[in-house]
Design a protein around this ligand. Structure first.
Ligand SMILES: Cc1cc2nc3c(=O)[nH]c(=O)nc-3n(C[C@H](O)[C@H](O)[C@H](O)COP(=O)(O)OP(=O)(O)OC[C@H]3O[C@@H](n4cnc5c(N)ncnc54)[C@H](O)[C@@H]3O)c2cc1C
Length: 442
């Protein structure tokens, strides 16, 4: 087990108990290991500094962030701009995540955002995780999804459902050095995830033997830890499914790596289990309750994908609009033509609406209120906005937008996955429709 390293967030957490907000933001910025203080890019989204306003009625807008969340946004923005951005094109072309980026995410304390400080994490809010995912996606959606899956799926499954023994064993590693994957989908079970064929069987000692293949598993090329779902009794249908904490060293085989349209630096592989023996203690939650874990965790995860899509839309928008203000035709910046400005205004409005859906779902979850419908709406809408805004961004930049040099086309390629993973758009529609029916008593 590595020594606990999470300087950014823990320093931020400690500072927040003793320093005024302005100092806290400054100290968070200093804590980012980066080349000398380059100015961070202006943020043109909806978030305002939390200390700039306070409702006299005690109810704030969704732009109100806690000091810690605000500070985190600043710090992650710097990390993304100064450390990730210079490597984005190379990683995309090579279809490979730079290991230094993964190390940097751990060093910055961004891999245990909601994990308690006792377990080496930062003990921050769900919205804090959402903000990190959004900020990373503005610069690179692959780094964003790596961090998203690790935090909102892997860590959260352990935090919410695992025994104390499992949490004590794995959460500190996952906060500091070990990357995790979430293995649910299979070649023949995607949307119909509970039709899985991977099996789990108890041996004579009460340990589990897992057999089968998972497909499309994000982070799997670099991961050392897997949350795995397997069927123990097909006669019980989805109630036969259990969840396990599985170490790669237990015999997990990483097979074919997919070649993809977008998020190319994020690894997506087939993962094989051939008589993989998993200790009895590594069952997560109760036997046969894996389906519940998967459903509940994906509801949360969808808010994370929504945040990734908002980040993609904002990143594409900012890059292209800045270019269009520099580029002159007919003696004027092309962005000054009303035909362009109206499109940009519509795009900015759509991004704002998507962000509000995402933040609203996140805050509902934090408040312990129902958020499944809002999470589905946030995911479906933000993935549509990411596609349409990044598509327009290519056009606003003209020919150069179509080249790989500017990186604008990459946002469009990366946006496409938002309508597919963690439940396709049709599956989100199904969820929304079902909950609408229920709410209306139909
Ligand atoms: C890059 C990438 C990363 C991924 N990462 C992970 C991961 O880390 N872990 C993991 O477990 N999985 C992962 N997945 C899998 C992903 O969640 C599935 O691809 C997704 O759930 C869709 O399943 P499918 O691909 O089998 O499509 P299918 O289920 O075959 O769907 C095909 C089409 O049919 C539609 N459809 C299916 N059922 C219905 C229905 N009832 N009503 C209406 N339309 C329907 C779908 O909307 C879709 O348009 C990843 C996938 C990709 C591409």
């Amino acid at each position: 087990m590595a020594s606990l390293r999470a300087p950014l967030l823990r320093a931020a957490g400690a500072a927040s108990r003793r320093a005024p907000a302005s100092l806290r933001i400054a100290s968070a910025s200093r804590a980012v290991a980066s080349p000398a203080a380059a100015p961070s890019r202006a943020f043109s989204g909806s978030a305002c500094r939390s200390n700039d306003f306070e409702s006299p009625f005690g109810i704030n807008s969704l732009a109100k962030l806690s000091d810690e969340e605000e500070m985190l946004r600043e710090a992650v923005r710097r990390f993304a701009t100064e450390v990730v951005e210079p490597k984005v094109r190379e990683m995309d072309e090579n279809e490979k995540m730079d290991p230094a980026i993964i190390k940097g995410l751990f060093e910055q304390g961004l891999m245990g955002i909601e994990t308690s400080q006792d377990h080496g994490g930062a003990g921050c809010s769900f919205t804090a995780a959402i903000i990190v995912i959004e900020e990373l996606a503005k610069v690179d959606a692959s780094v964003s999804v790596l961090c998203d899956v690790h935090n909102t799926l892997v860590n959260t499954v352990l935090r919410k459902y695992a025994s104390k023994e499992l949490m004590d064993k794995y959460l500190p590693q996952l906060s500091t050095e070990v990357l995790g994957s979430f293995a649910l989908s299979e070649p023949s079970s995607g949307s119909d995830a509970f039709a899985m064929k991977t099996t789990c069987k108890k041996d004579s000692n009460g340990d589990w033997i897992i057999n089968g293949s998972k497909m499309w598993i994000t982070n799997s090329a670099e991961a050392e830890f897997f949350i795995v779902f397997a069927q123990g009794d097909p006669s019980k249908g989805y109630k036969g499914i259990s969840a396990f904490a599985v170490e790669k060293s237990m015999g997990v085989e990483i097979a074919k790596k997919e070649q993809k349209l977008g998020i190319k630096a994020s690894s997506t592989c087939t993962v094989n289990f051939d008589d993989v023996k998993v200790p009895a203690a590594n069952l997560i939650g109760e036997e046969g309750k894996g389906y519940k874990i998967a459903i509940e965790i994906l509801n949360e995860g969808r808010v994370g994908i929504g945040a990734q899509m908002v980040g993609i839309a904002q990143g594409a928008y900012e890059k292209s609009v800045r270019y269009a203000y520099d580029r002159t035709q007919f003696g004027k910046p092309v962005a000054s033509f009303q035909g362009m400005q109206f499109q940009m205004a519509d795009a900015a409005t759509e991004i704002e609406a998507a962000r509000l859906l995402v933040y609203n779902a996140a805050r509902l979850k934090e408040e312990g209120r129902p958020f499944t419908k809002q999470a589905a709406m946030a995911k479906i809408y933000s993935s549509q906005v990411a596609q349409s805004v990044s598509g327009s961004a290519i056009e606003w930049a003209g020919g150069v937008g179509f080249t790989r040099e500017t990186g604008i086309e990459k946002y469009w390629r990366d946006s496409k996955i938002g309508a597919i993973y963690e439940g396709t758009s049709n599956i989100q529609r199904q969820t929304i429709a079902k909950l609408q029916e229920k709410e209306m008593g139909l």
